[in-house]
Design a protein around this ligand. Structure first.
Ligand code: ADP
Ligand code: MG
Length: 231
């Protein structure tokens, strides 16, 4: 992982007063959030609540938003669709935009880490949906991100493949220690993967609740009930 000075506990991501409208429709109406180093935060919210809009703003991909965002230099985004370039082989997709003598070695290592050590010369069209999403994760990983921004990364996969990707995420997190914002509409995924859960509704963050990984909540836990009310 990209290293920060020893003992530096300042947030990897800080957003303040983020607003975004499309025409007369106010989608984000003042969002403040911080993510600590190594923290995984799930962002829940109904369809159309503005999750993807917020993620794009946090990633620096929306020049028309207002507010302040401080993100680390080393960050990477994974979308629901893999967004691999079909005319480039898998290894070149992973190494895309990077330079340096060891880029291909690092890209191969990232592919091995996501469980695809032998697919470096394959074309994206030759991959299954799950494999393509693994390549998208490798493409993020090779950037040694301090922060991953993930927009329903496993949402388009079948249940078994999704479970395997969730296990991969847990393992990669242990090994690399990145922080992440994980957009999902799956409460179980949030409980499984995140340390903290935010709920976006009506343009605002209406819930901010810790999710202790070692002690998954039961449905009668009051904090869990608070989360459920918003889904
Ligand atoms: P979510 O990811 O939570 O489903 P989105 O962030 O994609 O929601 O969208 C939030 C709202 O903003 C929706 O009503 C959507 O129609 C609107 N929206 C998003 N992007 C655009 C755009 N480029 N132009 C107009 N409206 C948009
Ligand atoms: Mg979305």
């Amino acid at each position: 992982m990209a290293t920060r000075p020893e003992g530096d506990l300042s947030p990897v991501l800080t957003a303040g007063g983020v607003r975004r409208s499309f025409g007369v429709s106010v989608v984000l109406d003042g969002i403040d959030l911080t993510i600590a180093p190594g923290e995984v935060v799930a962002l829940l919210g109904g369809s159309g609540s503005g999750k993807s809009t917020l993620l794009r703003i946090l990633a620096g991909l929306d020049p028309d938003a207002s507010g302040n965002v401080r993100r680390p230099l080393h960050h990477a985004v994974v979308f629901q669709e893999h967004r691999l370039l079909p005319w480039k082989r898998v290894l070149d997709n992973v190494a895309l935009g990077l330079s340096g003598p060891d880029v291909r070695t690092r890209a191969r290592a990232a592919l091995a880490e996501v469980g695809l050590p032998d697919r470096d010369t394959a074309w994206p069209a030759e991959l299954s949906g799950g494999q393509a999403q693994r390549v998208a994760v490798a493409r993020a990983l090779v950037r040694e991100p301090e922060l991953l921004l993930l927009d329903e990364p496993f949402g388009a996969l079948d249940a078994l493949t999704r479970l395997r990707m969730q296990q991969l995420f847990i393992r990669l997190r242990e090994q690399h220690g990145f922080a992440a914002l994980l957009v999902t509409h799956d409460v179980d995924e949030a409980l499984l993967l995140a340390d903290r859960t935010l709920v976006l509704e009506g343009g605002r963050l209406v819930e901010d609740a810790p999710v202790p990984l070692a002690h998954p909540r039961t449905p009668d836990d009051p904090a869990f009930g608070a989360l459920r009310r918003h889904l």
